[in-house]
Design a protein around this ligand. Structure first.
Ligand SMILES: Nc1ncnc2c1ncn2[C@@H]1O[C@H](COP(=O)(O)OP(=O)(O)O)[C@@H](O)[C@H]1O
Ligand SMILES: [Mg+2]
Length: 480
């Protein structure tokens, strides 16, 4: 049987590409997201892959205008330009290319072209239009306004898909790249994580240097060896344990939100993430923090009260009434979990849960403002006294039990939870603390939920106390 030459050529091309590409990156050749965001440690093979993908497209698709960009023009000649010229001579037929070293342009026979520029090449950038592909090298160096300007240049009808590839080290946990591409799922975005271990072409010497950061510099180790977001303040949590955990965790089992009928509807961009399904007879606890006071997000953390494992997380920029309904649904979904909602900023969600007939809320003792007698109220109050207690308790629990946490954003918040100059533990500037606070509340209030499977059969709905009942029943809370 005759096998056509085209078929043989294709097979050879594929084999060559496969053998000269790291496995972690290979599937990305066919990725067509508008934004292909390659974050990772040093030496993981990001730049080599980005260059190769551009070349693969240039030789097989005509009419491309690819822009390769860095913040500073002066650095691009020795980095990206030299790399691409090297890759052409190594993997392609160099006679099919015209390489202009003065202008730094590379043109293929088919008319497709690669242009190199720095953000500081203002004049040159002005003359570059109709871009179909872009590679932003060391993207952490450019700011979001620059990105928007560049993004606008990738418009209009083109024959093939348009793509911007970003390559960078995760130098700052508050970076706009993280907020824009990692924290909220967006259409048209593919994020990718890689470390030196993903690069089989890296020499041992380079690997040793990266490993050695472990003992010398925690920040360098995190960013360049582990490829995780770096923080500048010192976290009050065990940062290296968290970084380690960040490498192990799996994505959520399900993402979505609750419908009116209390059913969980799967939605790719839903703000509730489920890591472990609700299981029969397991007692659960929910800690929740309503938006306000400097945060736009309302959060809830669900833990399994037997194992302490974090089983679900909600983080959403939504109105209080929607938040209350979602917390209610989440609580019902998790076996009528004990719910402790922060009562500082607003007591609306707490009242709303009551109104909906949800009685299994955390109860605290307060003082009646009239009679000065102790009374019971729902919800958790964060005060100068309770705040340090619940945080210290969380820090202590996390010291040896970080494996209980499954959610990436929660772990990242812990990393940026630092002690400020006044000694107060809080999110470093630009970061959030609402997931950490909801988690701290959940672990703190768990005493009011049972710890065993059988016990849950007892009525866990606590009726809300009327005024007279409150007076009589404020002594013993542990029975609940
Ligand atoms: N596919 C590859 N083939 C050959 N060498 C590679 C390949 N990918 C990476 N390398 C080698 O590893 C080094 C680091 O890769 P690079 O892409 O520059 O890492 P990063 O951009 O992630 O820091 C390169 O200088 C090169 O020597
Ligand atoms: Mg690189």
């Amino acid at each position: 049987m005759m096998i056509s030459k085209v078929l043989i050529d294709t097979a050879l091309w594929y084999q060559k590409l496969r053998l000269s590409t790291n496995d972690a990156f290979f599937p990305l050749y066919k990725n067509q997201s508008r934004y292909l965001v390659l974050k990772g440690g040093a030496g993981s093979g990001k730049s080599i892959f980005a260059g190769r993908k551009i070349l693969e497209r240039i030789v097989s698709e005509e009419e491309h205008r690819a822009l390769v960009l860095r913040k500073v023009a002066r650095t691009i000649r020795e980095s990206c330009f030299a790399q691409l010229v090297g890759q052409i001579s190594e993997h392609y037929n160099i006679s099919e290319f015209k390489i202009n070293k003065t202008d730094m342009t590379i043109t293929h026979l088919n008319g497709s072209q690669i242009i190199f520029a720095g953000l500081d090449d203002v004049e040159k950038l002005k003359s570059i239009y109709n871009i179909t592909m872009m590679w932003i090298e060391e993207a952490s160096e450019i700011n979001q306004a620059d990105f928007h300007q560049l993004d606008l240049r990738l418009r209009g009808a083109t024959k093939y898909y348009k793509q911007i590839i970003f390559t960078f080290n995760p130098v700052d946990i508050n970076h706009w790249l993280k907020k824009r591409f990692f924290d909220v799922p967006y259409n048209n975005v593919t994020t990718h994580h890689s470390v030196y271990k993903d690069n089989r072409f890296l020499d041992d010497e380079a690997k040793k240097v990266l490993e050695s950061y472990k003992d010398s510099d925690e920040y360098y180790y995190t960013v360049y060896c582990l490829g995780e977001w770096g923080t500048f303040g010192k976290s009050i949590f065990n940062a290296s344990a968290i970084s380690e955990r960040l490498r192990q965790i799996a994505p959520p089992m399900k993402t979505g939100l609750f419908q009116k009928n209390l059913e969980f509807a799967l939605e790719e961009n839903g703000y509730i993430k489920i890591y472990c399904e609700s299981a029969d007879k397991i007692p659960y606890v929910i800690g929740a923090d309503t938006a306000g006071d400097g945060s736009d997000y309302s959060t809830a953390q669900v833990i399994d009260n037997i194992t302490g494992e974090q089983v679900a997380v909600m983080r959403a920029n939504i109105d209080e009434d929607v938040f209350a309904k979602q917390v209610y649904s989440l609580a019902v979904y998790y076996n009528n979990a004990l719910v402790g909602i922060e009562a500082n900023f607003s007591s609306y969600p707490i009242k709303e849960l009551e109104r909906m007939g949800y009685a299994n809320q955390y109860v605290r003792i307060t003082e009646d403002s009239f009679t000065h007698k102790p009374k019971r109220s729902f919800g958790f109050k964060t005060t100068k006294i309770t705040r340090p207690i619940i945080i210290a308790q969380l820090v202590k629990l996390m010291r040896d039990n970080i494996f209980l946490i499954n959610d990436r954003l929660t772990l990242e918040e812990m990393l940026s939870f630092v002690r400020n100059e006044k000694g107060r533990a809080e999110a470093q500037r630009g970061s959030h603390d609402d997931l950490v606070m909801a988690l701290a509340i959940a672990y703190y209030i768990r005493e009011q939920q049972c710890f065993e499977i059988e016990e849950i059969k007892s009525n866990i709905y606590v009726p809300f106390f009327s005024d007279e009942q409150e007076e009589n029943s404020s002594k013993d809370l542990s029975i609940i």
